[in-house]
Design a protein around this ligand. Structure first.
Ligand code: ZN
Length: 579
């Protein structure tokens, strides 16, 4: 809760922000002694009383002052704390990685951060401290960052780092790159051509020159990490960057096990393509969230026949060559069957949800082989799905290992062998015609899609509430009988409500942001939020409700963060009506 720090953008736990001290610092940032006044450890003073004397407040009170502290080891039996002094300007306090309930401050400095080498300690410390301090405050980890771990630290939600470690290492001849650290003496040829490395190559080892290179590498990696957050691809970058050491890879796996920490911060939608290139990708919240919503929020239309299809490289699937062939082959039977696409790593994509993120924007290395973990995940999801959604007959137009996997699991279906050749498509055509004999005809498939997408975003029952009574489809929009828009699915697969549509959803009580007694304009700022649904994540369509206003907007932060924050844009408003 600070007036000196604001988060501007988010990409999962990673954030871009601004620290308003003497000069405005764009975070994540490398800070130095020029940016703050550190009163230091109690041992720097003649006495503890002297340490507690008021801090000098020069420069119009906007100098960041880090209060004195008692240094302690990473694991201690008892924490010794000093009383927190009042300051007029921005205040930094040193917090222990594992213990204590930190007092109010603007910047939190993690004590002993430089000792966090063990992945369990690192993840435990960052998650623990982040959970103990407000989200709209900055977290500084001194003496920890190197070019190889920096992107991961940013991903975890660290806002401030410094050059302490890489400069100290230079005095021991340690040469840093994004691939790790090695002794300068080990190199036959330096991999960097910066001015410092050219000098090192010519004049030999020198600590100051080596420090110049190390700091430059750190600065370059910071620029890369910031750009990755802006492009909403920090996760993809981190998944490849952590490969440089087993410790970093272990740390990524451990943070993925902190499901609540990550889930609470993972946006509903990203502009970037989700690359599922690694084993860790299977654990991504975007993937588990999608699968979980298909199983819990989504309900398949009442249908007698299920058609199982493989995914395609091109998304949405229906725009791909193979799926266009499947559509032609199923022909008029299509009105009598429901289509479910089997894919890794999303497991199941009902046809109606193929435009929803990340179903419409993921990419995965295709080898035709399904490893044990992928198979288990797919079958677990398929089993739960078929328990909830019952069909009389199943046609499986799958091939290779995917067909074998489903067959071996004992799913009772007509197996066509899959494929897109003429004979394969004839087999598909014959199988569905046979299966659809006597089957019930499905309702309006376009409305079915809106119902599914609305349930996906707002919870079970949302689709029925939105489509109640007489409604009509106009382009991408659904209108009520008077021609007033209710809801549309945008070209990027997100849902957009009108105030009329929001009124229909309001009784369900989901995705609502309650605001104070005012009429907001443009953006709704966090201090104006009285209460917000805990389920809300960045990118969600939300309903704004107050004594003087009702409308819709797009969330810029999670619901819990809106309630907790004192600064920053909570919701980008779209349509607001005065009451
Ligand atoms: Zn260099």
């Amino acid at each position: 809760m600070t007036k000196y720090f604001e988060v501007i953008r988010r990409d999962g736990p990673a954030r871009l922000g601004k620290l308003f001290v003497e000069k405005t610092i764009q975070t994540p940032a490398i800070i130095s002694k020029d940016d703050y006044l550190c009163k230091g450890s109690v041992f720097c003073f003649g006495s503890t009383e002297e340490a507690m004397e008021p801090a000098p407040t020069s420069n119009g009170n906007k100098k960041l002052v880090i209060l004195p502290y008692v240094p302690s080891a990473l694991h201690v039996e008892q924490l010794i704390e000093l009383p927190i002094q009042e300051l007029n300007g921005p205040k930094g306090i040193v917090v222990h990685p594992f213990y204590g309930k930190p007092a109010s401050a603007d910047v939190y400095v993690m004590g002993s951060a430089g000792s966090l080498k063990n992945p369990r300690d690192l993840i435990g410390a960052v998650v623990g401290v982040r959970n103990r301090i407000p989200s709209d405050t900055a977290l500084y980890v001194p003496a920890l960052a190197t070019p190889s771990n920096l992107a991961f630290l940013v991903y975890l939600g660290i806002d401030l780092i410094d050059t302490t470690r890489v400069v100290a290492d230079a005095y021991f001849g340690r040469y840093h790159t994004r691939d790790g650290v090695r002794s300068l003496a080990d190199f036959d040829e330096l991999p960097c051509k910066c001015q410092f490395c050219q000098r090192l190559a010519k004049e030999g080892e020198d600590a100051k020159t080596l420090a110049g290179h190390n700091v430059l590498e750190l600065e370059e990696e910071l620029a890369v990490a910031r750009e990755m957050v802006r492009r909403e691809t920090i996760r993809e970058y981190v998944e490849r960057q952590v490969r440089v050491t087993p410790e970093l890879t272990a740390a990524l796996r451990l943070i993925d096990r902190e499901h609540i920490y990550i889930e609470h911060r993972t946006p509903q939608h990203r502009r970037s393509t989700l690359y599922a290139n690694t084993a860790e990708s299977l654990n991504r919240v975007e993937i588990t969230r999608f699968a979980e919503r298909v199983l819990s929020r989504y309900t398949a239309p009442k249908s007698d026949v299920l058609l199982l299809l493989p995914c395609s490289a091109r998304k949405p699937y229906s725009t791909s060559r193979s799926h266009r062939f499947f559509t032609m082959a199923t022909g008029s039977s299509r009105r009598y069957l429901h289509e479910l696409i089997l894919t890794s790593p999303l497991a199941l994509v009902p046809r109606e949800l193929e435009e929803v993120y990340p179903a419409a924007s993921y990419d995965v290395p295709v080898t035709g082989h399904w490893d044990l973990e992928e198979r288990a995940w797919l079958l677990r999801c398929l089993g739960s799905y078929l328990e909830k959604n019952r069909y009389t007959r199943i046609v499986a137009h799958l091939d290779g290992e995917l067909e074998q996997t489903v067959k071996d699991h004992g799913i009772d279906a007509v197996y066509t062998g899959g494929g897109t050749s003429d004979s394969a498509l004839t087999r598909l055509s014959d199988a569905v015609r046979e299966a659809c004999q006597g089957a019930v005809r499905l309702g309006d498939m376009r409305l079915g899609r809106y119902r599914a997408v609305a349930d996906y975003y707002f919870g079970s029952g949302a689709g029925d509430a939105l489509l109640a009574g007489k409604v009509k489809v106009k382009g991408r929009e659904i209108q009520n009988e008077k021609g007033k828009p209710l809801v549309m699915i945008t070209p990027n697969g997100t849902i957009a409500l009108s105030p009329e549509g929001a009124r229909r959803l309001e009784p369900l009580g989901n995705y609502i942001v309650n605001i104070g007694d005012f009429l907001p304009k443009g953006s709704l700022l966090a201090p104006g939020v009285v209460d917000a649904d805990e389920q809300i994540r960045p990118g969600d369509e939300v309903i704004i409700r107050g004594e003087k206003a009702f409308g819709v907007g797009r969330a810029k932060m999670s619901g819990w963060e809106m309630v907790e924050s004192k600064r920053g844009v909570a919701v980008e408003l779209k349509q607001i009506e005065k009451i």
